[in-house]
Design a protein around this ligand. Structure first.
Ligand SMILES: [Zn+2]
Length: 598
């Protein structure tokens, strides 16, 4: 058995990058503006703003229409661990993440050239949103004009979202943005004689629900005997993937309870609709509808997908009451001949016909939301009416310190419609998952920065199937088909030392009263060389088994110490000349005895 990843080529193939000379200004700036609603940009254009841009397209968010899942989809970064930073992990059967993870950078942010330049993370931005939002824009302009050697410069701004969560005014913000972009363009032209290509993207809309009521979700379920828990060990346990104030979120429960919980949630006043996963290809949509006589009825529909001729096709059937309100559109699609005999069409066709619908491109987003939006995708997704919101976790605490503004998360157009706007092309309406194809794929995103040494036990899929990672590992290692890999990331300051190290020692200790910080349960040595290294020279990977982090006790915490060693061969064997500890991590073994990162 190939326990260690085997080298198939000594030299790494360098991924193809469109580069510009090191002293040249970027040719394109991509501004990722969090939470700018399509309606607000149209209003600004009606005031004469953004006149140098072409007509914007709708950028239809993911479901839930929230930032982490939407930005990862927009940039084509591998899906995040959960819909939000605090999330339920199926492998651990536990809600993971805490206050700290809620404000630490996540991969799409790490891949930006500039994000959080003001040193305020999400939390800070929520507390002082208006000055931060404007200063972010000012800083963007200076950053773009001081960038060199990058064809595209990517900038992420949290400001506009935070602003609207706290009742700040988006109109004056957009006017300020327009003025600064005009200034940017004239300074850029003065220096280069060219026009800078500017792309504005936003990941979702904002529902303007300033006076929304909190839905007592936990209490409503408790009335039926269900309990919110951090682990699901009984059929009445429920775990949420919610962090902050939102109108769309994931719910996890015992497999036997999914149908019942979805039904109960659909009946909670304030819940607009609930989707649930029946299988990998079949999903149900439910909503409660008040009849003219005041009695409650149930609308139910079926969403499914399949692959035909290498392309994904999506279908929707109303069982009763047409919960996605698509009957009229479907009739038009049928008349136009774009639905096949079974009622299926591609994502592009659904986008063309339903981007402006009450639930934009819902058929595709529901499937994506349950299967691909997050690595721990939920069997139940809940979408609220704009007159309501839920609030749990850290950001809600911060938010409660200021008057609450609107929010987002739901399936509906008011929550899910962001923008895609450019001064070089007229983009068409598009989904978060495919919009990058209108701009060449965003394949010149920078590598995620490694700031501190890090150890992650992840699925091999994350290296093999991720469009951004795959090219870095291809040619360096042969990856096994399935299973866990241990990925060690080292920042540049370690690399000189690492270059002379020949092996890595991994000590796994149970966190108990044992000597040296706990009882030693495993000590493993793996070769440390290019056979395990990515082309960037920043990360190394071994199978979890070779790394000695399998077969641990589920739920137990372990201290994992990683030591680089320089060795010398003598007559008596191999002698360790020098050793340096690069990392000590505390990891918890998941249900299968592997300390998965998510
Ligand atoms: Zn937000």
């Amino acid at each position: 058995m190939a326990a260690v990843l085997v080298s198939i080529a000594a030299s790494a193939c360098t991924p193809l990058r469109r580069t510009v000379p090191p002293d040249e200004l970027p040719q394109r700036a991509v501004l990722a503006l969090d939470g700018v609603d399509y309606r607000d940009v149209q209003d600004a254009r009606a005031r004469g703003k953004f006149a140098s841009f072409n007509e914007p397209g709708r950028l239809i968010s993911t479901f839930p229409s929230i930032s982490d899942v939407a930005w990862h989809a927009i940039f084509g970064v591998y899906p995040p661990a959960g819909y939000q930073r605090v999330f339920y992990s199926t492998r651990h059967n536990a809600v993971l993440g805490d206050a700290l993870s809620a404000i630490s950078p996540i991969e799409y942010e790490e891949r930006m050239d500039y994000a959080f330049d003001t040193k305020f993370h999400h939390l800070g931005a929520y507390l002082i949103s208006s000055p931060v939002a404007r200063r972010e824009v000012d800083t963007d302009i200076e950053n773009i004009l001081s960038s060199r050697g990058r064809r595209t410069v990517y900038l992420y701004n949290v400001g506009p979202d935070a602003l609207q969560h706290t009742r700040g005014e988006i109109g004056p913000y957009l006017d300020h943005l327009d003025a600064k972009l005009t200034e940017l363009q004239s300074r850029y032209r003065a220096r280069t004689g060219r026009t800078l290509e500017i792309v504005l993207l936003s990941d979702h809309g904002h529902n303007r629900g300033l006076d929304a009521q909190f839905v007592p979700i936990i209490e409503a379920l408790a009335a039926h005997g269900f309990t919110a828990a951090r682990a699901i060990t009984a059929s009445n346990h429920i775990a949420f993937s919610v962090d902050g104030v939102t109108t769309g979120f994931g719910v996890f429960c015992h497999a036997d309870s999914v149908q019942r919980v979805a039904g109960l949630l659909a009946d909670v006043p304030g819940v607009d609709l609930v989707t649930r996963q029946q299988s990998d290809s079949l999903f149900f949509v439910e909503r409660a509808i008040k009849g003219p006589d005041g009695t409650m009825r149930r609308a139910e529909g079926r969403v499914s997908w399949r692959v035909r001729r290498d392309s994904a096709q999506f279908g929707y059937q109303s069982i009763t009451g047409d919960p996605l309100a698509l009957a009229e559109v479907q009739a038009r699609m049928r008349a136009d001949g774009v639905l096949d005999a079974d009622g299926f069409a591609t994502a592009d066709v659904w986008t063309r016909y339903t981007a402006a619908a009450r639930y934009p491109v819902a058929v595709v987003r529901i499937v994506h939301g349950h299967l691909r939006a997050a690595r721990n995708a939920a069997p139940i997704l809940v979408s609220l009416d704009d007159k309501y919101r839920v609030g749990l976790g850290m950001v809600s605490v911060a938010n409660r310190m200021r008057p609450l503004g609107g929010t987002h998360g739901a399936l509906s157009a008011t929550n899910a419609t962001g923008i895609v706007m450019s001064n070089t092309i007229t983009p068409h309406d598009d989904l978060a998952m495919s919009v990058r194809t209108q701009f060449g794929g965003f394949d010149d995103l920078r590598d995620a920065k490694v700031v501190n040494p890090q150890l992650d036990i992840i699925s091999i899929d994350m290296l093999r199937d991720d469009r951004l990672q795959a090219s870095q590992w291809r040619g360096v290692v042969t990856l096994p088909d399935t299973g866990a890999v241990a990925v060690l990331s080292l920042p540049p300051r370690y690399r000189q030392w690492a270059a002379k190290a020949s092996q890595l020692r991994i000590e796994v200790r149970r966190r108990d009263q044992g000597r040296d910080g706990g009882t030693l349960v495993r000590s493993t040595v793996v070769p440390f060389d290019s056979t395990a290294r990515n082309s960037e020279g920043s990360r190394w990977a071994w199978t979890a088994q070779a790394f000695g982090v399998t077969g641990l006790t589920a739920g137990e915490q372990y201290t994992v110490r990683v030591q680089l060693e320089r060795t010398r061969r003598t007559g008596d064997g191999v002698v360790i000349e020098r050793a340096q500890t690069v990392l000590t991590a505390v990891l918890t073994a998941a249900r299968d005895g592997i300390p998965w990162a998510y």
